[in-house]
Design a protein around this ligand. Structure first.
Ligand SMILES: Nc1nc2c(ncn2[C@@H]2O[C@H](COP(=O)(O)OP(=O)(O)OP(=O)(O)O)[C@@H](O)[C@H]2O)c(=O)[nH]1
Ligand SMILES: [Mg+2]
Length: 362
């Protein structure tokens, strides 16, 4: 009897042995994760418009991507956000490394969120495309702002050219505005042409300085002073207060010597301490006065229109150049003609014309 039963049980499954699953849980998890990583453009737009920071970050990553397959999706997101953009004030902040830009933005940003504003901080730092140095620095300098739910901090976009980085930052502004940020702050380190790029995408341009050996105006690029809507002498604390006040007076005198601005605004200098937060509220008062003036005299819209046209032209120039220089035939002929020009075998003009003719006949 027992034997029979045993034989029968050969068809019977032993208890305690788990049934193999019809699908692998780990694969399923991977699939659902990758789905989450790549939401559609529409999903991202919906998320951004619902003020979701995760969707915003993903959107910006697509905008910043150099991968051509992301381009169409990025453009779709930008187009979807554009009708909701433009409803912010954009403030550019520049100054030499170490002047305290990031610390200032931390204090200034916290002050703005305390007024109920929603603040997005972006950075244009051409040097960071090589070192990525500013990313770490900014995260530690903006400890409080990073945690503020009404603030969003995005480290520098990376890119091969300043033009490329600047374009991505412009598009990032659009996404941030669509995500409900009403005050956009763009930090740039005062090297190269980055101030010009930032100046052409903001409404208000702030130059941060510190007091030094006395001849503060020496070594400042004239162009930067002309672009500045305000000069703020930072680190006016401790033993530095008096020196900072003197520097402020010196800048106020110098600012009066510049020709009147198209905006009708007269730039002034002030002092502040990004660490003690003394004077931060006054900086915002100055900026608010500026916006009151330029909104009333319509310079605000005029400037934005001009800036849009400027960026259209910049994009064309950038694309034409990269198309030309990346063309296989041009790369070859360019090398040959460079040598020929160096050896005086052909004039620079003739060599250039040869290249352009080849390009336009391609
Ligand atoms: N005493 C004093 N120190 C300050 C003040 N603001 C910034 N610092 C210090 O100056 C140093 C540089 O500050 P950052 O905010 O990193 O300067 P930054 O301009 O962003 O520098 P980069 O990002 O490298 O261009 C830090 O050690 C700050 O603590 C201030 O108002 N007073
Ligand atoms: Mg910084």
């Amino acid at each position: 009897m027992n034997e029979k039963q045993n034989k029968k049980s050969a068809l019977h499954e032993k208890e305690g042995i788990p049934q193999p699953e019809s699908f692998s849980a780990s694969s399923l998890e991977k699939i659902s994760k990758s789905r989450k990583i790549q939401p559609s453009a529409t999903e991202l737009i919906t998320g951004i418009l619902a003020h979701d920071k995760v969707a915003l970050s993903r959107g910006i990553t697509l905008v910043e991507s150099t991968n051509l397959t992301h381009l169409a999706k990025a453009n779709e997101i930008i187009s979807g956000c554009l009708p909701y953009a433009n409803k912010s004030v954009r403030i550019g902040i520049t100054g030499v490394p170490g002047v305290g830009k990031s610390t200032f933005i931390e204090s200034f940003g916290k002050y703005l969120t305390s007024l109920g504003k929603k603040v997005a901080v972006l950075a244009i730092d051409p040097s960071s495309t090589i070192s990525h140095g500013s990313i770490l620095g900014d995260k530690t300098r903006m400890e409080e702002l990073v945690k503020d739910e009404n603030a969003y901090i995005r480290p520098s976009a990376s890119g091969e050219t300043l033009g490329g980085v600047a374009r991505k930052t412009r598009e990032t502004i659009i996404l941030c505005e669509a995500a409900g940020f009403d005050t956009i702050i763009i930090e740039t380190v005062g090297v190269g042409q980055s101030e010009t790029a930032v100046h052409s995408m903001v409404d208000f341009f702030l130059l941060l300085k510190i007091s030094g050996a006395g001849d503060e105006l020496q070594g400042i690029k004239r162009g930067i002073m002309e672009m500045a809507d305000a000069v703020v002498i930072n680190k006016a604390d401790g033993d530095n207060i008096n020196k900072a006040k003197l520097t402020k007076t010196e800048f106020n005198r110098a600012l009066h010597l510049f020709p009147a601005k198209k905006s009708g605004w007269i730039p002034t200098a002030a002092t502040c301490s990004a660490i003690t937060r003394e004077g931060i509220d006054k900086v915002w008062e100055t900026i608010s006065n500026y916006f009151e003036l330029v909104k009333a005299n319509h310079y605000f819209e005029e400037k934005r229109k001009e800036q849009n046209q400027y960026w259209m032209m910049e994009t064309i120039n950038e694309q034409l150049k990269s198309n030309f220089y990346n063309h296989a035939d041009i790369i070859k002929l360019l090398e040959a003609n460079k040598k020929a020009v160096a050896n005086n075998e052909i004039s620079p003009f003739a060599a250039a014309m040869q290249l352009l003719e080849k390009y336009f006949k391609k």
